[in-house]
Design a protein around this ligand. Structure first.
Ligand code: ACO
Length: 327
């Protein structure tokens, strides 16, 4: 939450501001009762990203009236509401998908713990996240919080430049993030590793397939428009995945396959000459799997993390008195 405040308001909060923003988040974490009805309108197999973008758009009708969040206090509340409710919507979409009742947020848990509670508690048993899980999730969210003019952030800024409201702009960002070349890659990485694990092919076969341009296959979680070297976030996530699995006494064969795939690729001239290295999506799924997040929620997890960054960019565009519409 401190990271979110730093991004959105440009400086770290003092004690008082921190307490006030946290309390705004807490007060805004539950969805309007009527929003629950929207979940019933989606088929049970609906993709959680489609639910998230639709619900963020719908949220605008239930939250503050649009004219109120252009002043500083209204904006603070809208930002807190969006950060808090993106997480609530994400967990509720999972509950609808698995046919369990939606779980209300708790006021005594921190941001990451509360998400895990809403995901995994059931009415007859509360889920208590371990400190390792909560820490890993918190770190995942911080690492995804913002990353300059990427595809979804540029989308948010584009939409914001027309004067569109915060919710409309962020909802557009969610849709841009969904694509497999952007945030959607985190799901695709796990699906790729799973195919290798199930024996459909070895890591070397997969790399050979990627190099065969006719196959159209890519090494998912590799390459980046800006980084022509190791994405620093990938390094942190790789170490964190190791530590988390150790602490939880889990062995995940997909982590071994990912490490091997990385080694094979980084020794291959195709990748070396094109300066393709692991990006943020290559190891993040291993952490999410260990916490128990299902694969089709991975891109939603990215969206929860990126929401503060999108809000900060919306504010930057909207606050600029010389802002003109993008085209
Ligand atoms: N696997 C195989 N080949 C690749 C890969 C890859 N993952 N990424 C790039 N290449 C190849 C391209 O085909 C191109 O080859 P060529 O020069 O022979 O035509 C060369 O490397 C250069 O790539 P660019 O086209 O310059 O890459 P660009 O900057 O346009 O795209 C992108 C970046 C979309 C991330 C790309 O690397 C990719 O598709 N990666 C896989 C998907 C992925 O992991 N996306 C997540 C990115 S991080 C994020 O958005 C959160």
């Amino acid at each position: 939450i401190e990271t979110a405040e730093l991004l959105i308001f440009g400086e770290l909060p003092d004690e008082e501001e921190r307490a006030e923003f946290r309390s705004l988040l807490t007060e805004n974490s539950a969805l309007h009762q009527d929003m629950g009805k929207h979940f019933d309108g989606f088929p049970t197999n609906a993709h959680p990203m489609s639910i998230l973008s639709a619900m963020i758009s719908a949220l605008q009708s239930h939250d503050l009236p649009e004219h109120q969040f252009t002043d500083a206090n209204g904006f603070r509340e809208a930002a807190a509401s969006l950060i808090a409710k993106t997480r609530t919507i994400a967990a509720a979409s999972y509950k609808s998908h698995v046919g369990q009742p939606i779980i209300y947020p708790r006021y005594d848990l921190n941001y990451a713990e509360n998400f895990l509670h809403m995901m995994f508690s059931v009415p007859y048993r509360d889920y208590e996240a371990t400190p390792e899980e909560a820490h890993a999730l918190n770190m995942f969210l911080v690492l995804h919080a913002d990353h300059e003019q990427n595809c979804s952030t540029s989308t948010v800024r584009m939409v914001a430049s027309s004067g569109a409201n915060l919710y409309a702009s962020v909802s557009a960002g969610v849709n841009a993030l969904w694509g497999p070349l952007h945030g959607g890659a985190n799901m695709q990485v796990i699906e790729m590793l799973e195919r290798i694990r199930q024996g459909a092919m070895t890591t070397r076969d997969y790399v050979a397939r990627v190099k065969d341009r006719k196959s159209g296959a890519k090494l998912m979680g590799f390459g980046h428009r800006v980084y022509r070297n190791f994405d620093p976030r990938a390094r942190i996530l790789k170490d964190a995945a190791d530590r988390l699995l150790d602490a939880m006494h889990i062995t995940d064969p997909l982590l071994d396959i990912a490490r091997e795939l990385e080694q094979v690729a980084l020794a291959d001239d195709y990748f070396v000459s094109r300066r393709l290295y692991p990006n943020v999506d290559f190891y993040s799924g291993i952490i999410l799997r260990a916490i128990g997040i299902p694969v089709d929620m991975f891109t939603v997890m990215f969206a929860i993390g990126r929401t503060p960054g999108w809000i900060a960019h919306w504010k930057e565009v909207t606050d600029n008195p010389r802002q003109r519409i993008y085209r």
